[in-house]
Write a protein that binds this ligand. Structure first.
Ligand code: 26W
Length: 812
């Protein structure tokens, strides 16, 4: 079935067909949602034809593909991206305009699938976009949460979470295939069977696949994202119902569906909840069975599995896939252990996304043994065989054996999922050079010493389609006019803009673009949240999850110190650069300190925004519910990008890359990918401050006394005392103000006070630099020109070269 013609007429025919026969309405009576769903399905028609061709070709050629296993995919709004990838933007706009419909309006109808928390989930979305654009046959496997990341609202400045019922209005980009449902079992016990073992599970659920198209950019490739939804094997027990116990009759159903009901909103501290482990095993078991039994030919010899697939583990969340594959090969296919282990090691690779010890998942043996008794046995065997090798390599070094063991004894017997992933994966990578170095030197040092060749780095990237071409059409136009549009799929071509940084006219037009984006952001924030943005002020943006290591508190100290300086008359108002501080941040619902920080930011913001003495020179704007849709509006309007985490804590960061590519200058520490951004854009075009990782580590081990910094720096003391005084919290010295004051002056785990002075000095350099618009925009243009490296296309090419080893690029 050929794709519809790329003409306004054909598009219109399909759209009206969907309005009448898809939505069952006449156009004149169609709701905005009807029109949006009809438009989405029309675009789907164009992509589906290619999808089928790809799937058929892949089946025929038996080509190797990449499976990206991730518990999160933060996809963002789909309509625009699919219109762009299919080359239908103008045709669609014209077709709808002919029918008196403004496509911009329909864009606003879409609810983005918030199936992720932050960096890790968004990276997965950028990666599947690049895999398709690079023509790599690949499939993303994940969970179709019925409720995504919570909707954040502010009540009196406090975060209040609302359920994200994103499917309520229908989801036109997915196609369900209940006929391919997979049964997944849990619980029960294990018994001997011949010389093998047999798992006798206690209960099961059905995994129903929902397929999403992942189109490459104008290359005719459409890959698949397969998200699993849990359903009851026995939906409804009529006998129990007829016996009158209605609730019991549907209990099995609700119990099963709970598994894919909601995304866990934590992004750093696992709660060790049983349902979370059920979610992880559920989507992994569905995905392995799906690939082996539906993608591979019937009688495929799994000894050759590594020729057909590599499973990339997106952090430890899917690592239960390792004992699952061993179980499928040994228990179900009767292989002996070693041949199964050899194949398992070849097909798995592990990407670590964190440095925080508390973010490394460990599952108690009690829970794992109860939910997945056979998998626990297999993990024990993997560990025994592994520790034997450790003892061979380091005879008598039992301390090392205990350190490296996959099974932790203290504080309780538990499975270290990062150790399991490192032992099983044929490659382990960090997500920025500094991060990968710290993984090898510290977090996984013993393993890097034992297997140095196993450890590598792949610095993160972002897709230029969504985060430049779509998010910043005016900048894209300016770039394409100057160097053509090859940059969209070859971002290093941006380098050709370098000479234009010296061109005053280009710089003027560049500033015009930034000003236009600011006006559009102001419009968006006004309509979305009733928030006012001063059109001509510097936009200083800090948008990321709320976490103490990211140090939103340090940003707050800068703002409070500026305010204290002005209110105390120490700083003449006219000397302060008009600046709008824009925040975007969700806090994990159980993370009290993070929620207090949000509350205090809003309290300080209200005080500053309502203080007439400031004449609007300083403003704090904190739109609720920061998500991909808002990021696309906000990032192109920013002048200054805040990347101020304590060195050695942010694995990479990807927001930092998006800001640099959209012509914002970075103020940041030498942490994560900031280091590589600074190296590429040049020291003169980056506001570096703060301790390096070794300096921070040295201060930590020497013994860090935040109180000393509080006492010795009058500006810092004044700012902290102002917070503690209750000046921003209607005189309330307790609550958020009190606890943040004491946590910073007594513990300050992420050393915000130690970096305060250096940060303030860097901010003074920012003010000075911003006063020279020509110099600032020259730097901004150089940031764009020199950030091509941070394309997720380059990251995927690195994975192909360094980890996946093969060149599964499909040249069809
Ligand atoms: C609750 C368990 C948990 C623990 C860690 C959930 C999610 C995580 C993620 C690994 C946290 C995360 O998103 N890490 C971020 O990953 C990005 C993509 O590589 C990096 O750019 C960020 O630096 C890192 O914080």
């Amino acid at each position: 079935m050929a794709a519809p013609d790329h003409t306004v007429e054909a598009f219109t025919w399909h759209f009206l067909h969907e309005i009448n026969f898809g939505q069952g309405v006449d156009l004149y009576r169609a709701s905005a949602n009807d029109k949006y769903l009809a438009l989405a399905r029309t675009v789907r028609h164009y992509l589906a034809a290619r999808w089928l061709v790809n799937l058929r070709h892949q089946h025929e050629t038996q080509s190797k593909s990449v499976a990206y296993l991730s518990a999160e995919f933060l996809l963002g709004p789909q309509l625009e991206n699919n219109l762009l990838a299919a080359g239908l933007e103008d045709i669609a706009a014209q077709s709808l305009a002919n029918l008196g419909i403004d496509i911009e309006e329909l864009r606003g109808v879409e609810v983005e699938p918030g199936l992720g928390n932050g960096g890790l989930g968004r990276l997965a979305a950028c990666f599947i976009d690049s895999l398709a654009t690079l023509n790599v046959p690949s499939v993303g496997y994940g969970i179709r949460y019925e409720y995504g990341i919570f909707r954040q609202t502010f009540v009196d400045g406090k975060q209040v979470e609302k359920p994200d019922n994103w499917l309520a209005m229908g989801s036109p980009w997915e196609i369900a295939h209940p006929e391919n449902a997979v049964e997944v079992t849990f619980g029960g016990h294990v018994e001997d069977e011949g010389e093998g073992r047999r798992w006798v599970p206690a209960w099961s659920v059905l995994g129903v696949p929902y397929n999403y198209m992942v189109p490459g950019y104008l290359n005719g490739r459409v890959n698949t994202l397969r998200l699993w939804s849990a359903e009851a094997t026995k939906a409804f027990d009529l006998k129990i119902f007829n016996a009158g116990d209605y609730a019991q009759a549907v209990r099995a159903q609700t119990f099963a569906e709970n598994i894919s009901k909601v995304l866990y909103p934590e992004d750093s501290t696992p709660q060790g909840k049983e349902l979370r482990l059920q979610q992880q095993y559920f989507f992994v078991a569905c995905s392995l069975r799906d690939f082996i039994e539906t993608v591979l030919p019937e009688d495929y010899d799994l000894h050759r599995l590594p020729e057909r697939i590599v499973f990339q583990l997106n952090d430890t969340h899917p690592v239960i896939a390792v004992p699952e594959l061993m179980r499928l090969l040994v228990d179900e296919r009767g292989w002996d252990w070693d041949e199964a282990w050899a194949v398992t090691q070849q097909v798995f690779a592990y990407t670590c996304h964190t440095l925080l010890p508390e973010a490394l998942e460990v599952w108690s043996v009690e829970l794992l043994g109860r939910l997945l008794p056979r998998h626990l046995e297999i993990i024990y065997r993997i560990n025994e065989e592994f520790l034997e090798k450790v003892r061979e390599a380091y005879p008598g070094d039992e301390l090392r054996v205990r350190r490296m063991s996959i099974v932790a004894e203290q504080p309780e017997r538990a499975i270290r999922m990062a150790h399991l992933a490192t032992v099983a994966g044929h490659k382990v990578n960090g997500v920025a050079e500094l991060h990968s170095q710290l993984l090898a030197d510290k977090v996984l040092h013993d393993f890097a010493e034992l297997w140095p060749e196993k450890f590598t780095n792949v610095t993160n990237g972002v897709t230029p389609r969504r985060f430049v071409r779509l998010a910043n059409p005016s900048l894209s136009g300016l770039i394409t006019e100057a160097i053509g549009d090859g940059w969209v799929t070859d971002l290093e071509q941006l380098r050709r803009l370098e000479p234009l940084a010296e061109d005053a006219e280009f710089r003027r037009r560049f500033r015009e673009v930034k000003a236009l984006n600011k006006r559009e952001l102001a419009e968006t924030l006004w309509v979305r949240d009733g928030l006012e943005l001063a059109g001509d002020a510097m936009v200083d943006a800090m948008v990321k999850r709320l976490h103490e290591y990211k140090r939103q508190s340090l940003k707050l100290l800068h703002i409070v110190s500026l305010y204290e300086g002005i209110s105390s008359g120490r700083v003449p108002l006219e000397s302060v650069t008009p600046r709008t501080f824009v925040f975007g941040a969700k806090a994990a619902p159980g993370y009290v300190r993070a929620k207090e920080t949000i509350e205090l930011i809003n309290a300080v913001g209200r005080t500053i925004n309502e203080d007439p003495a400031l004449e609007g020179r300083l403003k704090v704007v904190f739109p609720p519910n920061y998500n991909v849709t808002l990021a696309e509006r906000l990032i192109p309007a920013a002048d200054l990008s805040e990347q101020i985490s304590l060195a050695g804590k942010e694995a990479s960061g990807t927001g930092n890359m998006k800001f640099a590519l959209n012509g914002a200058l970075t103020i940041g520490t030498d942490d994560g990918a900031n280091v590589e951004i600074r190296q590429l854009v040049g020291d003169d075009n980056f506001f570096l401050f703060g301790m390096t990782e070794p300096e921070a580590a040295a201060l930590q081990s020497k013994g860090y006394e935040p109180g000393e910094y509080y006492e010795s720096d009058p500006q810092l003391k004044a700012a902290l005392d102002l917070i503690a005084s209750g000046a921003f919290t209607e005189g309330d010295r307790g609550g958020a103000a009190g606890s943040i004051f004491s946590s910073l002056t007594e513990r300050d785990r992420f050393m915000a006070l130690a970096d305060f002075r250096s940060y303030m000095d860097a901010q003074a350099r920012v003010e000075e630099a911003y006063a020279d618009h020509e110099a600032w925009s020259r730097s901004a243009v150089l940031n764009v020109a020199r950030s091509g490296f941070f394309s997720s296309d380059r990251s995927i090419r690195d994975y192909l070269d360094r980890i996946w080893g093969a060149d599964p690029v499909d040249h069809s």
